[in-house]
Design a protein around this ligand. Structure first.
Ligand code: URP
Ligand code: ZN
Ligand code: ZN
Ligand code: ZN
Length: 459
């Protein structure tokens, strides 16, 4: 007989249901959901007064990633462990093709870092940074291995950016396999020009990072990406969308009956560009795209409620303060990225659900169900149903706690949310039937995380 676990009397919430019931787990899987289920020797966890949601899926994280002359500071081990503490049981990390080299080489390198080290479940997006006849042949191989999303960068020229010719070719190929193309949609040439102008004028503080990536650089590229996707008919997804202008391009695409999936990230909902005015701390908030304005936050909250924004991720790409300091005399040298993998769900619960901006079901949809559907993991992941992986988060909706770098699990020496007091705290996290985190303690070890092979979009 497989070990079994019974979660009793929790308020079980999915993207389309909400009821007080019991969940019976055998091995890695949910086997029964109902009222007054018999324990039959199962270990019982009393969830009275608690909310149970599906394990979170963060589809945008950069672990142990070579970038801007350094590596992001969370490994697959530390990053997925921190994710588990915050209720995120599955992450999708980015493999970066090196220009002039194959997709296979990059995948092998990333597998080498993640296999046997990840604590939580993970999958990979393949970032195509050099689309050529060789790369074209490799797309089907990636899909066959369960890597069904292909990331493009429309910025970071010389390292990651592809041009529109490559974009068209990639989309045509990916479309043949029913897979998805995603984009960091900002206009790289325009940004590089503005950076060069600011540097030439001696404007070197973090504020000029923000001023080098105005809204138009994102709205232009978002519209262009949507237009090319519409022409090719490929499934399209914009990562880390931040602003009104870009979302209006997506709105425009809906007018021709096109669907473009949109992810925003927790920081764009909660933080704004006024943080760049603090010269001493501005580097902590140097990320791309940059933080925006209050009106953009309003647009994003409304976009979630309108169904135009389907996903809230993190773009977790942490760097230690010493790494950020490399750019203390030149904003363009500050490694771009923001640490948030651990607090996405508690932040969104507190600032979104507890403050009445979004419903509890919308919370589940944007943190778990929608990414599972869009990235081909549903219903194994992303919901609470019989046969699904027992990835579950037990929330105490009233408990208050304070975020601090002194207590977080991410391998980074600051928090972008230091001192924030949140309402709603995660008590227990299950990953594939195992208690992974309980009362702040990690209960599963290095290597527990599995690679998740994904299918195509079913949304
Ligand atoms: O600033 C960011 N976002 N760093 C990570 C790489 C990317 O563009 O997503
Ligand atoms: Zn090579
Ligand atoms: Zn990006
Ligand atoms: Zn990113």
């Amino acid at each position: 007989l497989m070990a079994s676990l019974l979660l009793k009397n929790g308020r079980v919430v999915t993207a389309d249901s909400d009821s007080v019931c019991d969940i019976l787990i055998e091995g890695e899987t949910i086997v029964s959901i109902g009222r007054k289920l018999a324990a039959d020797g199962a270990e019982v966890i009393d969830c009275t007064g608690k909310i149970i949601v599906p394990g979170g899926i963060d589809p945008h994280v950069h672990l142990d990633m070579p970038f801007m002359g350094t590596f992001s500071s969370d490994t697959h081990e530390t990053g997925t462990r921190a994710a588990l503490h915050g209720g995120t049981t599955t992450v999708i990390d980015f493999v970066l093709q090196k220009q002039g080299h194959s997709l296979r080489e990059a995948l092998t390198e990333w597998q080498g870092r993640a296999t046997g080290t990840a604590v939580g479940d993970y999958s990979f997006h393949m970032a195509v940074t050099d689309f050529n006849p060789g790369t074209k042949e490799e797309i089907k191989d990636m899909v066959a291995e369960g890597i069904t999303s292909f990331k493009t960068f429309m910025a970071y020229k010389g390292a990651l950016m592809i041009d529109d010719a490559q974009m068209v070719g990639l989309m045509q190929e990916v479309k043949k396999h029913g897979a998805l193309v995603t984009a960091h949609a900002t206009n790289g040439d325009m940004i590089d020009t503005l950076i060069a102008q600011h540097r030439a004028q001696g404007k070197l503080t973090p504020l000029y990072h923000y001023l080098s990536q105005p809204e138009v650089t994102e709205s232009e590229a978002s519209g262009r990406f949507a237009d090319i996707a519409n022409y090719t008919g490929v499934n399209a997804y914009i990562v880390h969308l931040t602003c009104e202008g870009a979302l209006n391009q997506v709105r425009r695409a809906t007018e021709r009956n096109q669907r473009v999936f949109v992810e925003t990230c927790i920081q764009y909902l909660l933080l704004d560009a006024s943080l760049y005015e603090d010269e001493a701390n501005g580097a902590k908030y140097v990320m791309s795209p940059p933080l925006r304005e209050k009106k953009d936050q309003e647009t994003l909250w409304a976009g979630i409620n309108q169904g135009l924004v389907q996903v809230v991720g993190t773009d977790h790409c942490p760097f230690m303060l010493a790494q950020k300091l490399v750019g203390k005399d030149d904003f363009s040298k500050i490694p771009n990225g923001h640490p948030a993998i651990e607090h996405r769900m508690e932040l969104l619960f507190s600032e979104g659900v507890s403050k009445g901006r979004i419903s509890l079901q919308k919370f589940v949809a944007v943190t778990s169900t929608n990414p599972a559907r869009i990235f081909g993991m549903f219903p194994r992941k992303g919901t609470i149903s019989i046969g699904a992986d027992a990835d579950l988060v037990v929330f105490d909706p009233e408990k208050k706690h304070t975020i601090s770098a002194a207590t977080h699990h991410m391998n980074v020496d600051y928090s972008a949310y230091e001192g924030w007091e949140l309402t709603g705290k995660i008590d227990t996290v299950l990953l594939r039937g195992q208690v992974a985190v309980d009362g702040g303690q990690t209960k599963v070890g290095r290597g527990y995380g599995k690679f998740i092979r994904r299918g195509v979009t079913a949304f």
